[in-house]
Structures are given as structure tokens and as C-alpha cells.
Design a protein around this ligand. Structure first.
Ligand code: FES
Length: 96
């Protein structure tokens, strides 16, 4: 029997657990029953799932699925699409 370690990240004042099956921040947040807008169904085209990295975190490059969106609509360095962003342990995010 192997022990599963629960990993977490933070969204506003929420603690969001995730596992390897949660491919994106959006998936993990929705799985917790928390609200995060996502108009295009997680396709990386609408920008409604925008989250912001809180200051003081290590640099985190935009996910590859976000690159096309950024060419059409420039984002701040701290902004990410939750539907394209992989979950990462101890990430600290806020909803704008
Ligand atoms: S849900 Fe549309 S860009 Fe993320």
C-alpha cells in the first residue's frame, strides 16, 4: 500500500488540494466546489479564468497553452490563465 501525499496551493484564502490527476489550477479549484469563472470551457481563449500570482513567489513561466492567448491579449507578468496553468505545490494565487 502506498501513501498518497496531498499537495496544496492557495487561492485567495482557500486551501486547494490537488493530485496528479488535476491537470490545471482550474480543474483543482472546480473539483473543490469553489467558484472560478471559465467561459470557454478551459480552452485558453476567453481570459475569464484569469488569476494572479501573489508577490514574492519564484518566477513561473506562462504555460505553453497560454502563449497564443498572450499574443492576442497581453497580460501582466503576474497574470495567468487558470485553465492552462499546471497545479504547483504551495502556489499562492488570487482572483483579480
Ligand atoms: S476558461 Fe477561457 S481562457 Fe481559461
Amino acid at each position: 500500500m502506498s501513501a498518497k501525499t496531498t499537495k496544496i496551493f492557495y487561492l485567495d484564502d482557500l486551501t486547494i488540494p490537488f493530485s496528479a490527476s488535476d491537470k490545471t489550477v482550474l480543474e483543482a479549484v472546480l473539483k473543490q466546489g469553489e467558484f472560478l469563472e471559465y467561459s470557454c470551457g478551459g480552452n485558453g481563449t476567453c481570459g475569464t479564468c484569469l488569476v494572479e500570482l501573489l508577490p514574492g513567489q519564484a518566477a513561473l513561466a506562462p504555460a505553453s497553452g497560454e502563449i497564443d492567448f498572450r499574443q492576442e491579449r497581453p497580460l501582466k507578468d503576474s497574470e495567468r490563465l487558470a485553465c492552462q496553468m499546471p497545479c504547483q505545490e504551495q502556489l499562492r494565487l488570487r482572483r483579480p
